[in-house]
Write a protein that binds this ligand. Structure first.
Ligand SMILES: Nc1nc2c([nH]c(=O)n2[C@H]2C[C@H](O)[C@@H](COP(=O)(O)OP(=O)(O)OP(=O)(O)O)O2)c(=O)[nH]1
Length: 129
């Protein structure tokens, strides 16, 4: 795949559940579920990106535990490499800045959501952890 844009995201564990967020009506991929994160900027590492995005989007601090397998997906308007990190919630009160809502689900419940396509292989990999 040519020129995939790199996007880093966090699978945040809180009380043994996974935090997932829903994109709002005005974003690309409206109302799809995803893991919080965003595009990697110049001069930052994947890890720095995900920590920054979590602070920006959710107002919380997390620690990164493990990098999972990247997912490559070509949407009609954009090709992305989605780089997932398993993360632990550390501190802060969740305040959503961009997303419509968040929910905490266990592993089995994740499959039922209407995910952004690029996330599906990651949700599958999570089932096997
Ligand atoms: N943060 C995040 N983005 C995802 C996931 N799955 C997925 O396909 N994406 C896509 C949606 C966006 O096209 C891109 C992430 O870009 P972004 O969140 O920084 O930017 P955005 O779409 O809100 O805004 P824009 O700058 O593209 O208009 O990756 C995911 O799990 N998390």
């Amino acid at each position: 795949m040519k020129n995939a844009i790199k996007v880093a995201c966090a699978i945040i564990v809180i009380d043994h559940k996974f935090l997932v967020v829903q994109r709002n009506e005005n974003m690309n991929l409206p109302l799809k579920w995803e893991f919080p994160g965003g595009k990697i900027e110049q001069n930052e590492t994947d890890e720095q990106c995900v920590l920054r995005e979590i602070e920006e989007e959710l107002n919380i601090e997390v620690t990164l535990v493990k990098r999972l397998t990247s997912s490559f997906f070509e949407y009609p308007n954009i090709a992305i490499e989605l780089i997932p990190f398993l993360a632990n919630y550390e501190k802060g009160e969740i305040k959503l800045k961009e997303h419509k809502q968040y929910i905490l689900l266990n592993k089995k419940e994740l499959i039922r959501l209407d995910w952004a396509d690029a996330d599906l292989p990651i949700v599958k990999e999570l089932q096997e952890l």
